[in-house]
Design a protein around this ligand. Structure first.
Ligand code: UD1
Length: 357
């Protein structure tokens, strides 16, 4: 029996880990067993605990409770905690997801102890090293034993960086597995936070948007203009960082068409995507989830790792430029993106686990 340690810490990782955990318990529980370590990077119930209950993920065996902090102090606390656990237990491999500080800490701790690292969502590049996530993903890829690439673009990026063919596995995207599995469940659970009439779903949490007053003002002002000129509700669930900044500064008076809420749960997000007519976001995951749900997306970042969506016309890069955001929204609202299979066939988690075994 192989024993692996799954390391998670931030909201999107709970979602990605759910796909793998289900596959292990449904199909591979006789050959591989998984313990979950939660770094505590996200800790509010709306950002963490709720996802475990809703997605039916086994509760973490370990929780480091590191909480928020500067990149260095947060990553250092995780590194120390993860190393202690790896030293006092036997694991055949460590599974890490995406590009957060929790990903990097897990990959560094394990690789220095010569424990194989398996990286899910390997090979993505924004080619913007000002993003902490870009540093996390490059470093994680370079200490990993198996690189699970969700798209052919990711495979190409890894080849360009000199990885060997036997290290790269094109598996598709675990988030696509999840959207297929959970959307019917989400649609059965009506929730009062989701408007009944057609609406736009917006999210914003990147530090380069929230912590830069000019960018933040441009984006919020674009949301107001879109809501008013298109006469459409914008459902705007707030990440705690964004909420703190909006509450503490007198940045803007929101249009009556903008509906601010607490972060949505995963099932609420999937239901909202189904019922929305457009997505505006600076998230990575939501760009894809919008696409999987048949919706177009305006990306409020200068670049994206999911270049396929832009090439297909399913997403438009608008950065924090008010005019570009408004005109992209006008163009993409109610538009249905082409159906493609850039992200695999919905069996990414099966491919990942069978390869690890
Ligand atoms: C992290 C990831 C990012 C991912 C995002 C998903 C890094 C470098 N970034 O960004 O890639 O897209 O998670 O949400 O790892 N906070 C709370 N409660 C919480 C969590 C955070 O109040 O439960 C607030 C704190 O003020 C904290 C801030 O949000 O300082 C930022 O949290 P942090 O975990 O540092 O990064 P995210 O922006 O969430």
């Amino acid at each position: 029996m192989k024993q692996i340690l799954t390391i998670v810490g931030a909201r999107p990782q709970f979602i990605k880990a759910a796909a793998i955990s289900h596959t292990i318990s449904e199909k591979y529980s006789k050959v591989i067993s998984e313990d979950i370590l939660h770094t505590g990077q996200h800790y509010d119930d709306a950002m963490s605990g709720r996802f475990f209950t809703e997605l039916g993920i086994p509760l973490p065996k370990y929780n480091l409770n590191v909480g928020s902090g500067s990149h260095g102090s947060q990553t250092a606390a995780m590194l120390k905690g993860i190393e202690e656990i790896l030293l006092s237990n036997h694991y055949d491999g460590v599974l890490v997801y995406g590009d957060t500080n929790s990903t990097l800490a897990g990959a560094l701790a394990a690789s220095k102890l010569h424990i194989p690292v398996y990286h899910v969502e390997a090979g993505l590049r924004s080619f913007n090293r000002d993003m902490p996530e870009e540093i996390n993903r490059i470093l994680t890829d370079h200490v990993s034993k198996l690189l699970f690439a969700p798209t052919q673009t990711a495979v190409k990026n890894l080849r360009n960086e000199g990885f060997k063919e036997e290290e790269i596995v094109f598996c598709g995207d675990v988030m696509y597995d999840n959207v297929l599995h959970y959307t019917p469940i989400a649609l059965q659970k009506a929730t009062e936070r989701i408007p009944s009439s057609p609406f736009i779903l917006a999210t914003l949490h990147r530090d380069f948007n929230t912590d830069n007053p000019e960018r933040l003002k441009n984006i919020l002002s674009a949301l107001n203009t879109i809501a008013d000129t298109l006469n459409t509700t914008i459902l705007f669930p707030l990440h705690p960082r964004t909420r703190k900044i909006i509450d503490s500064k007198d940045i803007i008076v929101f249009s009556d068409h903008i509906c601010l809420t607490e972060p949505l749960s995963y099932l609420e997000t999937l239901a909202a995507l189904q019922k929305s007519c457009l997505v505006l976001t600076d998230s990575g995951g939501l760009q894809k989830e919008a696409n999987f749900s048949g919706k177009c997306c305006v990306v409020m970042r200068p670049e994206t790792e999911w270049v396929e969506l832009v090439e297909d016309g399913a997403a438009i890069l608008a950065d924090a430029d008010k005019k570009r955001i408004v005109s992209a929204a006008e163009k993409l609202i109610n538009h249905i993106p082409p159906h493609t299979n850039h992200f695999g066939n919905g069996d990414a988690s099966d491919k990942i686990i069978s390869q690890i075994i």
